[in-house]
Design a protein around this ligand. Structure first.
Ligand SMILES: Cc1cc2nc3c(=O)[nH]c(=O)nc-3n(C[C@H](O)[C@H](O)[C@H](O)COP(=O)(O)OP(=O)(O)OC[C@H]3O[C@@H](n4cnc5c(N)ncnc54)[C@H](O)[C@@H]3O)c2cc1C
Length: 669
């Protein structure tokens, strides 16, 4: 039976018509009235900037907050590889349905069908919108927009701007936002961190923020609140996320009643530069687009691992993705590719320092492009290599440069070394079809919500989702809430605001007065390592139980032995971090509890107890070792409520009812 507190508000009717029907049935607010409503948007990455700009263009008054010195610095800027859209420019069989199906299958059948279909449907509009803004997406020689392939798809549907797609898209959204700021309809608050959500009569009506430069704590009221605050991958300390990514806004909203959905669904990306030492605080992604041309391999025999790659002959190499997944090859989805790399390293066949690395090799691609350029001329391999290298440089030059700057190795001459790392979080605050959480008025967009990627996100689909949410979904759906509200009915003079300000000030005071011995980073590192080991690429009941015992101890240590230098009334990054890590210390426990509760494997959530074995008759050829779902018991969204005790969250379940898709064993063989 479905949970009465979780109404997903999925429109009735055929899947392909739900969104059109919903738009038709949605409430409207006339232009004169829109001006009277204020919407608070927290976050100015792709999801937040696109939402703030579009809502303002529609006429709503918008206040937008971000903790960066400029909206342009949101983590979205880091996105390298591309953005999917079902345009079928390649005439290779793509369609809205295929993008929808690939995303549902890629998410291991743990996403909400109606949301994913809508995402696929609006994907094409995003590209038109961005081109109209002047985003310099790559083009073919004849001027048409170019595409490349990403994991989990057999068509080329990824639009890109070299290896800087996120940056270019963000500049587009930022331009739209800047126009509205200049018009005076968006008030932008940079270097301002939201630290509390304010509820009035159970509705989200405001936020409390801290000015990161002066330490001043203030509050803002609005008719609705939008959180577009990104993902929480940094719970693991080491990840490919920007250093400031965190869970604070979502977690504080959770503690005010918003359900946190599927917190254990973390994406581990297969192509990152391997960890090189204890001093590291950040990992670097090598874009998945590199797998269009790079071949992943390890030596067949552990004895060869110390040899130079070029000294290992072809017949002694194991191109393990091509071997295991012949139809998708090096473009197998991220969860599957990551686990395969881990498996090879666990067998002792890893390469590089610590043997935690596999090769990503471009030699074949360079020769292939060289042959194309040679136009039938008989040339030596060396000459072909010289001709092919600029082609690869044209496509991925900045990524090769970045790799060389970090590792000191030239990836045109020897293969890159890569290893999986935490990259994205599919979990997030629970939202309905309108992108509203279970707290009326609180809407959540982009990576901060849980909505579209199930248990594993396919490459190039986060940018798509963030921009779909901001440009095309929330502008329609927010009216369904606002139309029931009297504009401006709540102001900051309501006592709930003073109380929330007091909570924030008291917490800050507490951090500064612990006066212990450990830095925030040292405690964060310890938590992160624990989460990586017990709730990372592979999870077991035993390991999760250990983590659940250890995290409260670590939290205790945090609150008793933390040292924060400086004061509140100054720019104090240690103080900022303390707030974020305090939340990770609580949130990490919820991640582990969710992973423990989900007694199945699906997508990025791999419970070692639940995998296909060679003996499974219904497992397809080559399925041994793959994630084994349990649809009968776990085809639901786990939405956790706060009970007042972080160690005793309440589980609510939204059953995943598939009207169109048949649940199948996920196979990329
Ligand atoms: C290295 C890397 C490469 C990637 N490449 C791709 C790719 O090629 N294609 C793809 O589809 N996806 C990619 N992704 C994923 C994608 O970039 C992100 O999922 C997406 O950009 C998130 O956008 P967002 O708007 O939801 O959040 P973000 O861009 O993270 O923005 C969050 C915003 O919230 C603000 N904020 C957060 N908390 C607070 C607070 N408490 N108070 C005030 N402000 C707050 C921040 O200041 C920021 O403005 C990549 C991710 C990484 C790490």
């Amino acid at each position: 039976m479905s949970d009465p507190t979780l109404n997903a508000r999925i429109p009735s009717g055929p899947l392909a018509q739900k969104w059109s029907k919903h738009k038709q049935d949605s409430k409207l607010i006339n232009p004169a009235n829109k001006r009277k409503f204020t919407v608070l948007v927290v976050g100015s990455g792709l999801a937040g900037a696109s939402a703030a700009a579009t809502l303002s263009e529609l006429g709503y008054k918008v206040k937008c907050f971000c903790f960066h010195d400029s909206p342009r610095r949101a983590h979205s800027i880091a996105a390298q590889g591309g953005i999917n859209a079902a345009k079928n420019y390649q005439n290779d069989g793509d369609s809205v349905y295929r993008l929808f199906y690939d995303t549902i299958k890629g998410g291991d059948f743990r996403a909400r069908e109606a949301n994913v279909y809508r995402l696929a449907e609006v994907s094409a509009n995003i590209i038109d919108q961005c081109v109209a803004q002047g985003v310099p997406l790559a083009r073919e020689y004849g001027g048409l927009l170019a595409n490349r392939s990403f994991g989990g798809a057999q068509v080329s549907r990824t639009f890109y701007a070299r290896g800087q797609t996120g940056q270019q898209l963000l500049l587009g959204a930022y331009s739209a936002l800047s126009k509205e700021i200049a018009r005076g309809n968006v008030q932008m608050y940079n270097r301002t961190e939201m630290l509390e959500l304010v509820l009035v009569d159970g509705h989200a009506k405001g936020i409390v923020v801290r000015n990161l430069v002066t330490g001043e704590v203030t509050s803002h009221s609005g008719d609705a609140v939008i959180l577009a605050t990104g993902g929480y991958g940094n719970a693991f300390f080491l990840s490919t996320n920007a250093m400031t990514c965190n869970v604070t806004a979502a977690w504080r909203a959770h503690k005010k009643g918003a359900y946190f959905a599927n917190p254990c669904y973390t994406q581990i990306h297969p192509t990152c530069i391997p960890v090189s030492g204890d001093y590291q605080s950040k990992l670097t992604l090598m874009s998945e687009s590199l797998r269009n041309d790079g071949r992943v391999w390890v030596p067949m025999n552990a004895a060869d691992c110390d040899k130079r790659a070029s000294d290992i002959p072809e017949e002694a190499r194991d191109y393990f993705l091509e071997r295991k997944y012949p139809s998708f090859g090096n473009l197998a989805p991220r969860d599957i590719s990551s686990r395969s790399a881990k498996e090879a390293c666990d067998e002792g066949r890893g390469v590089g320092p610590g043997k935690l690395g596999v090769y990503l090799d471009f030699a074949d691609a360079i020769l292939r492009y060289g042959k194309d350029k040679a136009g039938g001329r008989e040339l030596s391999n060396e000459e072909l290599y010289k001709l092919g290298q600029p082609v690869v440089a044209e496509k991925y030059g900045n990524l090769f440069e970045m790799y060389e700057r970090i590792t000191g190795e030239n990836a045109y001459e020897q293969p890159m070394r890569i290893y999986p790392a935490v990259h994205y979080t599919m979990g997030g605050l629970w939202v309905d079809y309108n992108l509203m959480s279970n707290v009326p008025g609180l809407h959540v967009l982009g990576e901060a919500n849980f909505s579209d990627h199930g248990a594993n996100r396919l490459g190039a689909s986060a940018l798509m989702q963030g921009l779909a949410d901001g440009y095309f979904v929330i502008p329609y759906t927010i009216a369904n809430y606002l139309a029931s509200q009297k504009p401006g009915s709540v102001t900051t003079s309501h006592p709930a605001f003073a109380q929330a300000v007091e909570e924030v000030s008291a917490r800050t005071h507490r951090f500064l007065n612990i006066k212990g011995k450990r830095s925030v980073d040292s405690l964060h590192r310890e938590l992160g390592l624990l989460l990586w080991e017990k709730c990372g690429m592979a999870r077991s009941r035993e390991g999760l139980m250990e983590a659940l015992k250890r995290i409260p101890e670590l939290r205790e240590e945090f609150w008793n032995n933390l040292h924060i230098p400086g004061s509140n009334a100054q720019f104090n990054q240690e103080l900022e971090k303390a707030g974020r890590v305090a939340d990770f210390m609580e949130f990490g426990e919820l991640m582990c509890r969710d992973a423990l509760e989900r007694e199945e494997s699906c997508g990025g959530h791999f419970r070692v107890e639940h995998q296909y074995t060679r003996e499974d008759e219904d497992a397809k050829r080559g399925q041994a070792g793959e994630a084994l779902r349990n649809d009968e018991k776990f085809a639901y969204v786990a939405a956790w409520g706060y009970s007042g005790d972080v160690s005793k969250p309440e589980l609510h379940k939204e059953p995943l009812e598939y009207e169109e898709v048949h649940l199948a064993v996920r196979s990329y063989v």
